[in-house]
Design a protein around this ligand. Sequence first.
Ligand SMILES: C[S@@+](CC[C@H](N)C(=O)[O-])C[C@H]1O[C@@H](n2cnc3c(N)ncnc32)[C@H](O)[C@@H]1O
Length: 355
Amino acid sequence: MVKYSCERCGKGFSQKSHYDSHNKRKTPCENNADKIKILIDKAVEEKFKKLNEKLIVENEEANVNTNAMQQQKKQTNQVKYIDLFCGMGSFHYSFQKLGFKCVMASDIYKPAKENYKKNYGVDVLGDICDIEPSSIEPYDILCAGFPCQPFSQAGHHKGFEDSRGTMFSQVMRFVKTNVPKIVILENVQALLNHDKGKSFAKIKTELENEGYNMVYKVIKCSDYGIPQMRKRLFIVGVKNIEVTNLEKFFDLDDYKKTNTLTQYLGRNFEKDIAYTLRCGGKHSPIDDRHNWDGYWVDNKEYRLTIEDGLKLQGFNDYNFVGKQNEKWKMLGNTIPTIFTEIIGKQIIKHTSLSA
Ligand SMILES: C[S@@+](CC[C@H](N)C(=O)[O-])C[C@H]1O[C@@H](n2cnc3c(N)ncnc32)[C@H](O)[C@@H]1O
């Protein structure tokens, strides 16, 4: 049995006398202590390396699982909306940047459907009258920039008697069946006073009868950094959702910004703010009251281009296809994306819906 061992060479002895004479050798034994230490260190290092590799693999697996869970959670929590009368897609342009998901879009105008598909990859359904609301997957927000001609100053002022005026009843079909948490309606300012206020009162009453709390405001493009005179009415109704300070929904001072046409379009415009882009009346003489696309730039007549139009409606990266007249029609109809972006951000700020 080994009782004594040499600290230099590691040799073992059972008897003390042998151990003592080993230590008293004339030729000292070989010093193995360093070698043994190196061997032990190597073995320990090897063990740690293996342990570390195992931990890395386990960590990676855990990360993959967490990411998948987060992704799944994100998808189930994702804010979903439908885009009625979607046109070239101002709501979609802004909402996709906020992480909202479009579950249905509808428009009757072929070039609008083509552009929507090209830019957002969504197949747009046709006439709203032919869509069955119960066939749509559940969603949180209903967006509807319904046709404004019946109410606009330039229209025939027929309001709800005009066949297009009934588009609001079409919207209500979806509201009643799908009961979205938020309803966003967009229209021209003239809707407020149309038919001595009766058209607006009808919209308000119908939404309130369905249990929606409502706020509304007319907002102007040029107040938010887009130098265009365009003003639009936004109505926001909320139901079955936590809301904080709904009355402050349209306190939009944080978004205020000033820009002149020259700063914004990079040419020397005599005018600071552009006229409202419209569907018709293009190429009217520059001093005519119908003119909206003609400007003085460096004392020469300048007509807005499609690129200018896209910028003045806030579409900075849009793959626009179609004929010139179709493009102008879509541009004249659309909503400046600064408006839809602000509304989306205010929804995140004031309600429990989040991206
Ligand atoms: C004021 S524009 C809406 C613009 C749109 N929100 C945008 O961001 O470009 C009204 C749209 O309603 C569409 N429309 C008119 N009647 C319709 C109907 N019966 N069904 C679906 N869309 C219709 C028009 O083609 C037009 O694009």
